[in-house]
Design a protein around this ligand. Structure first.
Ligand SMILES: Cc1cc2nc3c(=O)[nH]c(=O)nc-3n(C[C@H](O)[C@H](O)[C@H](O)COP(=O)(O)O)c2cc1C
Length: 180
């Protein structure tokens, strides 16, 4: 092995699906692209990394709720547009023409074109590390989402999608929650 610079480390690990996080300040709905996420348990707790440099963060601080929408791979260009412009100065729902989907338990809308919408409340801001802990309070997904191609950001402006599914469910049965 060759030495790898520390600023490349995230590109090895950062492969979870790119998500679109919606917020609403009561005046305007907004959406940002997030690839720095993690699952913190089987019970619907998630973490994402963001901070005061984003308009969405300010709304999250005020309202403590959002929707984590999971786009399929064909929404790549929308995800890049959403992730390169700020809701502080533009309306990203208008620019991308994505369709709002009314949420059940939170004010921000989901996104109709996505594979799934996870309605979340903020549990905690870990501001020292720019981490926000979320808990899912409702979730909806399209039929067949498990087989759909999602987007995986490498972190250098490139994305992975597709790939083979390798099945080790039998070997992992004792570690999986019932139903999976
Ligand atoms: C593929 C992609 C992934 C991104 N992931 C993150 C992320 O994990 N955390 C973050 O703070 N910003 C991330 N961004 C940047 C935000 O989406 C971007 O700053 C956005 O303009 C914020 O919008 P807002 O100011 O309306 O909140 C990402 C952008 C792209 C294109």
């Amino acid at each position: 092995m060759q030495p790898l610079s520390i600023d490349r480390v995230s590109t090895l690990i950062e492969r979870g699906p790119v998500v679109l996080v919606t917020t609403s300040d009561g005046q305007q709905d907004n959406v940002m692209t997030v690839s720095w996420t993690m699952v913190t348990g089987y019970g619907g707790t998630l973490a994402m990394a963001t901070g005061p440099w984003n308009h969405s963060y300010k709304t999250l601080k005020e309202t403590r709720e959002c929707v984590v929408a999971v786009p399929s791979a064909d929404l790549l260009d929308a995800a890049v547009t959403i992730g390169t412009q700020s809701g502080a100065v533009c309306d990203k729902f208008a620019i991308t023409k994505l369709t709002r989907r009314p949420s059940e338990r939170v004010r921000p809308p989901g996104i109709e074109e996505c594979l799934a919408n996870i309605e979340c409340r903020v549990v905690e801001f870990l501001d020292r590390h720019n981490i926000i802990i979320l808990e899912a309070v409702a979730a909806h997904a399209v039929e067949g989402w498990e087989a759909a191609d999602m987007l995986h950001a490498v972190g250098d402006g490139t994305f992975l999608t597709g790939g083979k599914r390798l099945d080790r469910r039998d070997a992992m049965r004792a570690k999986l929650p019932p139903g999976l």
